[in-house]
Design a protein around this ligand. Structure first.
Ligand SMILES: CC(C)(COP(=O)(O)OP(=O)(O)OC[C@H]1O[C@@H](n2cnc3c(N)ncnc32)[C@H](O)[C@@H]1OP(=O)(O)O)[C@@H](O)C(=O)NCCC(=O)NCCS
Length: 161
């Protein structure tokens, strides 16, 4: 796997865009996934294809200088009452700069539901910190949810109208 470019120290600012993603982003999204997630959590190709093409899914890419440095997907349930974030990742070289927060906020907005939920590995401290800092609270533990038997923690955020 090729490494993702290391960002210069200069700012993160304005030339970071969050845009709808589609099938033409397949390669970039797969590359990002492989860089972000442990092997057992990487979606099979068919699932990436489904996420990038299925009607009604939310899929957003974060782009800097034409490089995809972040990706989020989600879907809605219960007559658009509940939105689930199914994946969020920021390229390792760009982590720790609150870009995940920006992408998460964009995903929440795109889902447009009053309730947002997601599931996270119990050991994924950076992600849990991000969720807790942005108003999520744990509502459930899904025992043995992940490959390898690790628990999933289900987090929920209630958005005001
Ligand atoms: C989870 C993720 C999207 C957060 O994005 P981010 O842009 O790094 O988010 P933040 O900059 O807000 O950092 C979140 C927290 O992780 C910490 N963190 C981020 N990168 C880190 C690193 N390389 N080493 C240690 N801590 C790190 C930050 O300090 C922050 O903790 P804090 O809230 O206590 O300050 C990103 O870490 C990621 O892509 N992880 C791999 C994929 C993943 O696990 N996705 C979530 C699946 S549920």
């Amino acid at each position: 796997m090729k490494s993702l470019p290391v960002p210069a120290d200069e700012a993160l600012s304005d030339d970071i865009l969050i845009l709808p993603a589609g099938l033409s982003d397949l390669r970039a999204v797969r590359r990002l996934e492989k860089a972000c997630f442990r092997r057992e959590d990487i979606w099979p190709l068919v699932e990436s294809l489904w996420v990038l093409t299925s009607p009604g899914m939310v899929r957003l890419k974060m782009v800097k200088s034409e490089e995809v440095i972040g990706f989020l997907s989600g879907y809605t349930l219960s007559g658009r009452e509940v939105g689930w974030i199914s994946s969020i990742g920021i390229a390792p070289a760009w982590q720790g700069r609150q870009l995940g927060e920006r992408l998460l906020a964009a995903g929440e907005h795109a889902l447009g539901t009053r309730v947002i939920r997601l599931t996270v590995r119990a050991s994924n401290t950076p992600a849990i910190h991000l969720y807790e800092r942005t108003g999520y609270r744990q509502i459930q533990t899904a025992r043995g949810y992940y490959v390898g038997g690790e628990d999933g923690l289900v987090f929920e955020k209630l958005l005001s109208d």
